[in-house]
Design a binder for this molecule. Structure first.
Ligand code: C5P
Length: 134
């Protein structure tokens, strides 16, 4: 089965809330809430890929030293196996803005499980709640 590498980030604000973004209409899993991030390009390391995606999607600048790996998802979708590291980031430059028309939401870690998320993202919630509290 094809292996797909996606890198994702839990941006955490000063109120200990986490950012989720809504997958737009027309994309796979449209309407579901996910941690921002995206696919690695060929030859790209995870951290630069995440920095690139966060700049493209949210207009923020993140330093590699501000990305801490927390856990990763490993999920077999029907067409591919998704491997997705999740990083935590508490410091960035610029204001989080929707650059691609996607809805954005800051939520308490304990409220993440109330959202409809892609199945690969759901196992990422307990380690986040362990780290950040509910
Ligand atoms: O965002 P993009 O469509 O490029 O992601 C490729 C695939 O990875 C999605 O179709 C989805 O199945 C999966 N994905 C996911 N959780 C994310 C991001 C992507 O399950 N946070």
């Amino acid at each position: 089965m094809k292996l797909l590498l996606v890198v994702a980030c839990a941006l955490v604000d000063s109120d200990n809330r986490v950012l989720v973004t809504q997958r737009p209409e027309g994309k796979a899993l449209a309407g579901l809430w996910e941690f921002p991030g995206g696919k690695l390009e060929a030859g790209e390391r995870p951290e630069p890929a995440l920095i690139r995606e966060l700049a493209e999607e949210l207009g923020i600048e993140v330093k590699e030293a501000c990305l801490a790996p927390l856990t990763f998802a490993s999920y077999a979708y029907p067409d591919f196996h998704l491997l997705m590291p999740l990083y935590i980031c508490r410091r960035w430059e610029g204001t989080v803005t929707s650059r691609e028309g996607q809805a954005l939401k800051w939520v308490r870690p304990g409220k993440l499980r109330d959202l409809a998320m892609p199945p690969a993202d759901e196992p990422l919630i307990p380690p986040l709640v362990d780290l950040l509290g509910a």
